[in-house]
Design a protein around this ligand. Structure first.
Ligand code: AP5
Length: 214
């Protein structure tokens, strides 16, 4: 099964993709995580993407399409994948369709997570991640069971993303409405789109996701 998760910054794409990975046994492909790995490694792609991401804008379509094209060809994508953060423009959605058709594949389900913009600023500015295993947390909505200790691996160091500040979140929300939202109409035409309420508590959203996947 091949899934796309759509939604503005903070909608819960990453949180839910990790849960679906476990439930469905298919891999999460986050273009944001891939780009952050490129930035950390100091690669050419990372150098090109760094300032764009810090400003809350989208990196060029050609760069991201090439990256995903390589990634979905790997063996661990054979049983399927969950695209988190891609496609983000109509040209990216068209390029994805073309590369899947070439491989005799298709997108089975697109899940659009509906949320209120204002709540996203609070969600994003409160988000933090275990530096050791990458488990995600939130200052108010998803605290570790023991303060300062990762539930998953026992790590005690946590990081916050460079683009997770109120000003950049507003640019990212603007980019979503201008450039990404038109994809909803693109997928609605193909009959694979389902919308869910992303303002519900995290566990409820997971249940809605599972029902949407079928
Ligand atoms: P990316 O990393 O994809 O960031 P994003 O889309 O802005 O999404 P986020 O990761 O911020 O949010 P999320 O929906 O995953 O929310 P999460 O589950 O963490 O992209 C970063 C940048 O990379 C872009 O700005 C762009 O520059 C570039 N980029 C990436 N892909 C690109 C592409 N295809 N084309 C061009 N450029 C690209 O949840 C957020 C917080 O809320 C967490 O703390 C969580 O615990 C909490 N939370 C989640 N759900 C709930 C809930 N239901 N109730 C309460 N709290 C919740």
């Amino acid at each position: 099964m091949n899934l796309v998760l759509l939604g503005p910054p903070g909608a819960g794409k990453g949180t839910q993709a990790k849960r679906l990975e476990d439930a469905l046994g298919i891999i999460q492909l986050s273009t944001g995580d891939m780009l952050r790995a490129e930035v950390s490694s100091g690669s050419d792609i990372g150098r090109e993407a760094d300032a764009i991401m810090k400003a809350g804008n989208l990196v060029p379509d050609a760069l991201i399409v090439g990256m995903i094209g390589e990634r979905i060809s790997k063996d661990d994508c054979r049983s399927g994948f969950i695209l988190d953060g891609f496609p983000r423009t109509v040209p990216q959605a068209e390029a994805l369709d073309a590369m899947l058709t070439e491989r005799n594949l298709r997108i089975d389900r697109v899940i659009s997570i509906d949320v209120d913009d204002e709540a996203m600023v609070e969600r994003i500015t409160g988000r933090f991640t275990c530096a050791k295993c990458g488990a995600g947390y939130h200052d108010s909505f998803q605290k570790p069971k023991v303060d300062g200790v990762c539930d998953a691996c026992g790590g005690t160091e946590f990081t916050r993303r460079a683009d997770d500040n109120a000003e950049t979140v507003r640019s990212r929300l603007h980019a979503y409405h201008e450039q990404t939202e038109p994809i909803i109409a693109y997928y609605a035409k193909t009959g694979v789109l389902k919308s869910i309420d992303g303002m519900a508590p995290i566990d409820d959203v997971t249940e809605q996701m599972k029902r949407a996947v079928g």
